[in-house]
Ligand binder design. Sequence first.
Ligand code: AMP
Length: 356
Amino acid sequence: MTDLNIDDILAEYDTSNITIATVCSHSSLQLFHGAKQEGFKTLGIAVGEERRRFYDAFPKAKPDEFLMVDNYQDILDLTSELQEKNAVIIPHGSFVEYLGADKFLSLNLPTFGNRNVLRWESDRNIERKWLESAGLTMPREVKNPKNIESPVIVKYHGAKGGRGFFIAKTYEEFQKRIQPKKPYTIQEFVMGTRYYLHYFYSPIQNNAYKLNKGSLQMLSIDRRDETTIDEVQRLGSIAELEEIGIHPTFVVTGNIPIVLRESLLPKVFKMGEQVVERSLDLFGGIIGSFCLETVVTENLEFKVFEISARIVAGTNPYVNGSPYSDLIEPGLSTGKRIAQEIKYAAKTDQLNEILS
Ligand code: AMP
């Protein structure tokens, strides 16, 4: 799926003795726990003793071994060592961020999911082409700030965790806050409730919501706790705070479990289906876990403002299953589901269908 020859590396692997490896951060507790439940050996890549130390407090999620590095870039020099352990990398948001997208693409190790998806999610314009051509509704884009007529959210490109995003209700407000040298996008601010939908797409198993190829599951839903916007009402209105130079931010600090109104579930599956089918046409498919970040309006319409193409930290509340995944298999977490997919693919000689 990438220019690397992952198939050649896999050909040398003892696929009955795979080690599941990831960077110690983000959703690693869940990933190691799920991998151990499925009988895999686990390896955590960590920078600094403090990172490693707290795993002692969670024995069921502590990796069997650690690979200590001075900085994450060192992973690129340690690929032979990892190959000898038949390592399969599970990438998560922090893994890709710490390594950098280019280095992640050149990582010479079998990696869960399709790495080609990075090109389609890392640029907001290309992402919009994918999602809109799949038939999803996204928040309207405002090309010219002079045309701001209703609340908008201004997003700086590449801003991590919503840092620096701001809301403007008029052109004047926009002008006051904008840092014109940084590239940005202006989006309609969608009023409604935020739901972050966690899907799992298997191209090789037909035991869930059937697609043209493979099947789709929806394992859980969360809402992000975002400081300081979510706590603003304790101090006053946003306008009052802005007056005195306090600007609420969208920096994520945690995740809250959510259950959706059941009548909305058919829409959730339809959206997941559309995204996957389109991804198969565009770049060989979004494989494994992904998340649609949405706002549901009072007209019960989903507007999708973002896609994350791998496990999201919003799945962490569900280490022991969710109200949805429990109806598939009691106690099923996304981490465990990923491990099951790798186990099934190894057993049926289809690892090249889910790793890249
Ligand atoms: P993002 O980096 O696109 O995931 O956005 C960060 C946060 O900003 C989200 O988690 C939402 O709380 C909020 N947000 C993003 N886009 C919108 C939108 N169009 N309307 C309302 N809130 C949004």
